[in-house]
Each structure stands twice: as C-alpha cells, then as structure tokens.
Design a protein around this ligand. Structure first.
Ligand SMILES: [Zn+2]
Length: 311
C-alpha cells in the first residue's frame, strides 16, 4: 500500500510482513531514496514492553523523506505484536520464548522462531541493521549500545562506527548473546547495533528522542543522507558485561541505581522471602557501571537482576 504522494522520485511504501503459518503481521515501512545507496534495516519491539523504541521507529518511518535519502531504509515498527498486545515482558506469549534469543529462527519453528525467520529475510537483503530496545516492563536502564565482536574485522569496525555515531555514552563490544539480533546479523556479515533507551514500561519522550537522534546520526554516518555527522566523541568501549541472576524465587530489593559505579563484591541488593527474611545477598559481579536493574519485587529462579559493564 502506497502512503500517498511520493517525495521527489523516491517512494515510501507501507506494508505488512506475514509470519509464516500464523495470523501475525509485522507492520513495516520501506523507504526508497532518489539515488542508489546502501540498505538499512531498523527493527523495534522485539520485546513487547519496550515502548520508546517502537514509538521512535513509528516516528522515524513517518518523518523520513525519501527525497533526502540515498539507498533504502526498511523499518519494522513492531517486531513482536503478540508480546506487545499481551503486555508481556521478555517472552512471546504463544511459546514462552525470548525472541532475542532465537535468531536466525526457523520457518517451521515456534512463533518466535518464525518471526525471527521473517525478520532475517529483511536482514539478509540489508547492509546494516539497527535494532531498537529499552528496559523491559520491570527493567530500569541507563542508555547503552551493544554490537558483536564476531563477523570479522570489517563488520566489527562498521558496527563500532554506528555505535559511536549513535550518541549514547555506554558502548559494549560483546562476545554476543546467542540468538540475538546483533550477533546473528554479524554472523551473516551485516554490521549491526542493538540500542537500549528507556524502560520500566514507560513511553519516555527523552528515550524516544535518544533513538531518533541516534537513527539520524546513523543515516549520516552511512551516507544515506548527505547532512554532516556531528562530531563523534571518543568513548571507552566496554568488553565485559556480567549479568547477575537470581538463584531462587523471592522478593528483590535493589540497592544500586542504573548508571552507578560499583566495585566487585559491593552489596547491590537483597532477595528476601515472603516473611521479610534475607535469602540471598546480591553483590556486584565485577567493578564497573550498572547498566540495568530489574525493578520487579517478584523474582523467580533464574530471573536477571542486574548487569555491570566494564572495559
Ligand atoms: Zn529488549
């Protein structure tokens, strides 16, 4: 379906990507520029409760003028509609899987795996991929970016350049979470970043703006538009990202804030039982900066609690 008058000789098409063997459709916008150039994929809402990324993708697709574009931009506004409308944290309701752990997916797999498979068809025709996230419904975070250290020096270098241009302070070069967008993308030779801003189930305008500014900077970096890239500050690259998980069910009382510097072994939270007795002291797993903290009082065995990044 065409969106109406074309800008210049470029086009903007709204379409829906059907997930095989399901009634799930992923809304996306395909924007063709006036001149040839690279193809950028933008995805949002892999996790249904991460609202600023979804809102940023919608506004970015609406606002991007094909007349100023060189190349093609594909924007998937909402990659996991079942999780979004179920208000489901972390998991796709139909199969209980974390969509960002099942890439590249399978055409004959469970719903999450089939969604991943559909998105990979767009990724494989792309030169670059930006995947928008934030803290989930019970997750506070300070904005950060991840890219993979896999895929060879050129893919790593281009991914790092996108991360540095995005404008977020904390950047992680990760040995990669298996099945994640950015890791799978790097493995197929497509430079990628995963950008995190906002959290705790809020549609924060500040977080939306962080993503919109970041996406504009990526367009400039990749010469998809001819406007100059603002000067990029050199930032430290974090390479150690250590998560702490609960080893038992309980009530979680965090004692650290996102963005806070901690030392290895510092008391970072308490897990208590329903009577208020201490079950487990949660300590900082390494020295560094706290990037996310789970805000849910209710915790089950294996839940993530917080993560600390360092160089
Ligand atoms: Zn996410």
């Amino acid at each position: 379906m065409s969106e109406g008058p074309n800008h210049g000789s470029g086009t903007k098409i709204r379409d829906r990507l059907q997930v095989p063997d399901s009634n799930v459709f992923l809304p996306y916008t395909r924007i063709h520029g006036r001149r040839p150039g690279p193809t950028l994929l933008v995805t949002a809402g892999i996790h249904g409760g991460e609202y600023p990324g979804i809102e940023a993708a919608i506004r970015f697709a609406q606002a991007l003028d094909p007349g100023r574009l060189r190349g093609t931009v594909n924007v998937v506004h909402m990659t996991n509609p079942p999780a979004f409308f179920a208000k489901s944290q972390y998991f796709t309701p139909e199969d209980g899987k974390n969509l960002n752990r099942v890439f590249p997916g399978r055409v004959d797999g469970s719903l999450s795996e089939r969604i991943a498979h559909s998105v990979m068809s767009l990724a494989k025709e792309s030169d670059y991929w930006v995947d928008l996230h934030g803290g989930d419904i019970h997750e506070a975070l300070t904005p950060f970016l991840i890219y993979s250290d896999q895929g060879g020096p050129l893919v790593v270098e281009r991914s790092r350049a996108m991360a540095e241009a995005y404008g977020i302070r904390y950047i992680l070069e990760s040995s990669s979470i298996a099945g994640s967008t950015y890791a799978t993308s790097a493995q197929v030779g497509v430079p990628a970043i995963l950008a995190e801003a906002g959290g705790v189930g809020q549609l924060s305008e500040d977080a939306v703006q962080i993503h919109l500014d970041g996406l504009e900077n990526v367009l400039r970096l990749l010469d998809l538009v001819s406007d100059p890239l603002p000067r990029v500050e050199t930032k430290p690259i974090f390479r150690k990202f250590v998560w702490t998980h609960a080893s038992t069910q309980g009530l979680f009382y965090p004692l650290v804030q996102v963005g806070q510097e901690v030392h290895h072994g510092d008391l970072a939270g308490r897990l208590q039982n329903e009577y208020g007795d201490l079950i487990q002291e949660i300590v900082a797993p390494q020295s560094g900066v706290v990037l996310f903290v789970v805000t849910s009082l209710a915790i089950v065995d294996g839940d993530p609690l917080l993560a600390v990044a360092s160089e």
